[in-house]
Each structure stands twice: as structure tokens, then as C-alpha cells.
Design a protein around this ligand. Structure first.
Ligand SMILES: [Zn+2]
Length: 195
């Protein structure tokens, strides 16, 4: 495994990273940055664990994309845009939403489950200033890759309701993106969200 060492652009502390991780996080001052297109600061949040919950704890990273969503035209038979209407705040055909993109190594099936579940039901949590000694899973997806996957999540959400969607022309524009570390506990049936 190659190790990359860079200096924190904020405080100068050396940061060592496995070279496949796409963000650098300074242990000293907490600044997160990327170097894909020059040095760019990345905002992030760490969600607090709910009290209780036995099992090994870990933090899993998600890109949370703040998006403007607008339906240009649609043709629906035998149903309605029930799921879209649920997410969109504002009038029926446009609004803003958070799209959650798993940023770690994950199967396609689990990607679909997690991204649609979190996008349709954005998690409510308290934030904390540090990881409290809990291991964090590396961020492997770049911000640019996450932006490209936003449309895939929208299409996946609609495709899950069979026989309804006939035609949908929409625009989705990403206004802001940040990393959200969500707390999970390992169980015999896989990781479970612990907020
Ligand atoms: Zn620093």
C-alpha cells in the first residue's frame, strides 16, 4: 500500500493517507481538503451516536449533495409521482433536496438501498466535533464522481415504483456538497445506522 504525505494547508501538520482515499483530514486542526483540482476545502459533519446500541462502532462517509430539482415535463399513467412529491419541498414540480451518495466501497445493491433510503428520509442527528476514537471508513468517491451519481439515485428512486413512470424530463443541479459521517454499528445482519 502506497502512503501519500501532504501538509495541511491550514496548519501545516503532515497528513498521511492511504493513497486511494480521496480526501485529506487533518488530525490537528480538523480541516478536510482535496487535491484533485488544486487544494479545495471540503465541509464535513460528524453525526453523534445514539446512546446505547451494543456492537462495534464505525463512521461511514456519505457525500450529501444539496440539489435544485425541477420537472420540465412528465407523462404519467396509472399513478403519480408519489415518491418525488415526498422529497420535494416547495411546489409540486420543483424544489430542493438532499441526495445522499455512499462515499465508501460498497456493492451496487447496497448503494441503491442506502442512497434511496437516506435521500427519501434524510437522517436527523446531532453533530459532534470529533470521532471520539471510533474508526472512520475511508472516502473513496471523489466529489466529482458523487455529483455524477446524483442522477442515478433519482432514476433509481423512480424505477423502484414499477409501472408508474412513463416519461420524465427533469433538471437536477448540485448547489453544494459536503461529507456526512454517519454512525453505524456492526451486527450479524450487517451495519445498522445508529442515530
Ligand atoms: Zn491542520
Amino acid at each position: 500500500m502506497k502512503i501519500v504525505q501532504v501538509k495541511c494547508p491550514s496548519c501545516g501538520t503532515p497528513i498521511r493517507m492511504k493513497n486511494k482515499e480521496s480526501v485529506f483530514l487533518c488530525d490537528n486542526c480538523g480541516m478536510m481538503h482535496t487535491r484533485n483540482h488544486g487544494i479545495e476545502r471540503i465541509d464535513y459533519e460528524i453525526a453523534e451516536f445514539a446512546s446505547g446500541g451494543a456492537g462495534e462502532r464505525m463512521y461511514m462517509p456519505f457525500w450529501r449533495l444539496y440539489c435544485d430539482f425541477s420537472i420540465r415535463s412528465k407523462n404519467v399513467e396509472g399513478g403519480s409521482f408519489f415518491r418525488l412529491a415526498q422529497w420535494i419541498k416547495g411546489d409540486r414540480d420543483s424544489g430542493a433536496l438532499f441526495v445522499f451518495i455512499p462515499a465508501f466501497d460498497i456493492s451496487l445493491e447496497d448503494f441503491k438501498i442506502l442512497s434511496t433510503r437516506l435521500t427519501l428520509n434524510p437522517p436527523h442527528y446531532r453533530t459532534t466535533m470529533n470521532f471520539g476514537g471510533v474508526a472512520r471508513i475511508p472516502v473513496l468517491l471523489t466529489k466529482e464522481e458523487a455529483r455524477e451519481l446524483a442522477d442515478f439515485v433519482v432514476v433509481t428512486i423512480e424505477a423502484e415504483k414499477p409501472g408508474v413512470l412513463q416519461y420524465l424530463d427533469y433538471s437536477l443541479s448540485v448547489k453544494d456538497e459536503r461529507i456526512i459521517y454517519l454512525p453505524f454499528v456492526k451486527t450479524s445482519s450487517g451495519p445498522v445506522l445508529a442515530i
